[in-house]
Ligand binder design. Structure first.
Ligand SMILES: NC(=O)c1ccc[n+]([C@@H]2O[C@H](COP(=O)([O-])OP(=O)(O)OC[C@H]3O[C@@H](n4cnc5c(N)ncnc54)[C@H](O)[C@@H]3O)[C@@H](O)[C@H]2O)c1
Ligand SMILES: O=P(O)(O)OC[C@H](O)CO
Length: 333
């Protein structure tokens, strides 16, 4: 049963479009705001997002707009803009938000400079907004095609979380409730950084053993940071942490992993970025993850290694050598 009947989606990239598609299937009226006029036209005229999600036939009932004011009557709004543009987008939308309508944060990243999680950016831009976080292993193309997917819906208010799940959930798109917003956000942001490392491992042909070690030690890093920031280890062991880490580190369909693959094969970050029109959140979040870890005295050597590569401070080979020369330590330290 749908609790919310008019849904707004802010962000016409692959993920905003896939979420609009899966929500529209369950019944509500969906309006998607996109920054690019060509995306608005493509969705309204041809039922396709030819720029960010080509080849997927969208529900004809989905309406796209360039005017945030058209979302003023939305009973719930999914925010699906890249993390580094979250603050500006929320500021632009604040005056249009219908009183009491919840916002569901669907982006995965940490803001550079402020080192804020997306829920903290929201609290600063729209104080007292009702909110939740959607995160977990979910490629936009899979969700848009209706393939089975399970994700975490984290919300401090269980009743609101259940209402959101009742609205967006379906047989193929299955949100699991969790109360721990911080854990869900840290999982989503850190897995992107670790997926770049996993791609480098494959690009350098370091073998499946190294790949498994990377996921396992990366998960330890993610959990340490999540707990230090007030999240729960059990949340990080779920879909939004370990689940998403496994997905993103295992498929070149991931923009983060494919970026690492290309780095491992010797391409420069500049060349990789010029070739894509999609967001690679791990590149943007790596400096923030590392700075947060240092602030909290948390050891994150794999994330440090990724940051040294994407910031240009060191080469891929230097980063690998630094990791492999670390002193032996206890597994649970
Ligand atoms: N694609 C996926 O499979 C997927 C799955 C889960 C979560 N996410 C998350 O969703 C968020 C959006 O990713 P996506 O895959 O939809 O993006 P995308 O790569 O498909 O598209 C890029 C998006 O960035 C926007 N953009 C570019 N410059 C901008 C600016 N200056 N201001 C505001 N927006 C700007 C574009 O309008 C577009 O919506 C990310 O945080 C990502 O981690 C993506
Ligand atoms: O393509 P990526 O690396 O941004 O990953 C997409 C999703 O976050 C996977 O859950």
């Amino acid at each position: 049963m749908n609790t919310f009947h008019k849904i707004g989606v802010i962000g016409g990239g692959a993920w905003g479009t896939a979420l609009a598609q899966t929500v529209a299937k369950t019944g509500p009226q969906v309006t998607i705001w996109a920054r690019e006029t060509e995306v608005v036209q493509s969705i309204n005229d041809r039922c396709e997002n030819s720029l960010f999600l080509p080849g997927v036939a969208l529900d004809p009932a989905i309406h796209a707009t360039s005017d945030l004011g058209e979302l003023a009557s939305a009973e719930m709004v999914l925010i699906v803009t890249p993390a580094q543009h979250m603050r500006a987008t929320l500021k632009d939308f604040a005056c249009h938000l219908r009183v009491g309508s919840p916002l569901v944060l669907c982006s995965k990243g940490i803001e550079q400079g402020s080192l804020k999680l997306m829920s903290e950016v929201l609290a600063e831009t729209i104080p007292n907004a009702r909110s939740a976080v959607l995160s977990g292993p979910s490629f936009a193309a899979d969700v848009a095609r209706g393939l089975p997917t399970a994700v975490t819906l984290a919300c401090a208010d269980r009743g609101l979380g259940e209402d959101i799940i009742a609205t967006i959930g379906s047989a193929s798109f299955r949100p699991y409730y969790a109360p721990d917003v911080i854990g869900a956000e840290v999982g989503g942001a850190v897995k992107n950084v670790l997926a770049i490392a996993a791609g480098i491992v494959d690009g350098k042909a370091l073998g499946r053993s190294a790949h498994a070690a990377l996921i396992s030690r990366g998960f330890a890093e993610m959990t340490r940071l999540g707990v230090a920031l007030g999240g729960k280890a059990e949340t990080l062991a779920g879909l939004c942490g370990l689940g998403d880490l496994i997905l993103t580190c295992s498929s070149p369909q991931s923009r983060n992993m494919s970026c690492g693959l290309a780095l491992g094969r010797g391409e420069s970050l500049e060349t990789i970025m010029v070739q894509r029109n999609s967001v690679t959140e791990g590149v943007a979040s790596a400096p923030a993850v590392v700075a947060l870890a240092r602030r909290h005295g948390v050891e994150m050597p794999i994330c440090e290694a990724v940051n040294s590569v994407v910031s240009g401070a060191g080469t891929v080979d230097e980063a690998i050598a630094a990791l492999l020369s670390r002193p032996f330590t206890s597994e649970n330290a």
